[in-house]
Design a protein around this ligand. Sequence first.
Ligand SMILES: [Zn+2]
Length: 82
Amino acid sequence: MICPICGKEMTKGGIILSGIKLDGEFTWYSQNEFDKKGLKAWDRSNRKNIDAKRSLMGEEKFNNAYFCESCNKIVGIFTINI
Ligand SMILES: [Zn+2]
C-alpha cells in the first residue's frame, strides 16, 4: 500500500495486542465522540468494534496494518464486526 502521507511504499504487517487480562474491545468512535472528556457519556450508538482474532496465547491479532519507514507511521485497514 502507498503511504497516504508521503506516497512511499509501506510494509504490510499486523498488530498484536498482548497482555490483556480482560475481554476488552477495540472500538472506533467518530472524532466528535472521541474528543469528549471526563464524565460526558460517549454516544455508543455509532461506534464500530474492530474484528480481532484471538490467538491460543490470548493475544488479539489485527490483520492489515501497514508501516511507513519514511514517516514512522502505521496505517491500519481494519474490518469491523457487525
Ligand atoms: Zn509515509
